[in-house]
Design a protein around this ligand. Structure first.
Ligand code: R5P
Length: 225
């Protein structure tokens, strides 16, 4: 079994009957979603909120009842993937383009569990390009601003066109190589008009489930206790 599958399936052990569950996006989170589907088939009773159209489609195919984010007061547990996460539980998400919905779902979740393979647990984040979701109305100006600051921006593309998120926005990937001041970077990005959101998730995760060889390692964010 792959590390992604080990981590994804392990996290599902934290799901109990009656919960509202946030379903993440990406190949690792999909393993969790499939496992939840299996448990529903065996009698588990939950409702779920999806973080992307792709996840909603997978969940529906697995008979997982999907509800709208606005129909729930809170989410009990969300299981999501990440592209990189460091020892301070700061992470980069959005490699699959779902960062905006993922950030909103995470913000109303009482417990956030991230599932990653061992290669994503790093000393310093930033090797993975940082996704910034921007409005198509003003994207070129934001791109130029990043370019002028030497942030090595790249418009994300799909089949030669600009990649469109589920919300109809573009993504600019910043090839920074290393991000030391993540809080300052997050505040700066948040303040740019036309930036919808970015892939920096600071101190969001409560529990990190890392697929490690043939087993899993679970790490608890002590600052969330
Ligand atoms: O937008 C996508 C999400 O943030 C994913 O959770 C992240 O990119 C990790 O994806 P994967 O599990 O496929 O590596």
């Amino acid at each position: 079994m792959s590390e992604k599958q080990l981590a994804g399936e392990k996290a599902v052990e934290f799901i109990q009957d009656g919960m509202i569950v946030g379903l993440g996006t990406g190949s690792t989170a999909d393993f969790a979603t499939r496992k939840i589907g299996e448990r529903i088939h065996n009698g588990l009773n939950i409702k779920a909120v999806a973080t992307s159209t792709a996840t909603a489609q997978l969940a529906t195919a697995l008979n997982i009842p999907i509800v709208d984010l606005n129909e729930v007061d809170k989410i009990d547990v969300t299981i999501d993937g990440a592209d990189e996460v460091d020892v301070t539980y700061t992470g980069i998400k959005g490699g699959g383009g779902a960062l905006f919905f993922e950030k909103m779902v995470a913000s109303i979740s009482q417990k956030n569990i991230w599932v990653v393979d061992a290669s994503k647990y790093v000393e310093q984040i930033g090797k993975f390009p940082l996704p910034v979701e921007v409005s198509p109305f003003v994207y070129a100006h934001i791109y130029n601003q990043f370019q002028d600051k030497g942030m090595k921006p790249q418009m994300r593309k799909q089949q030669k066109k600009y990649y469109l998120t589920d919300s109809g926005n573009y993504i600019i990937d910043l090839h920074l190589n290393t991000i030391k001041e993540s809080k300052e970077m997050a505040s700066w990005l948040n303040a740019i008009p036309g930036v919808i959101t970015h892939g920096l998730f600071i101190n969001t995760v409560d529990l990190l489930v890392i697929g490690n060889g043939s087993t899993t390692r679970i790490m608890e964010n002590q600052r969330h206790k």
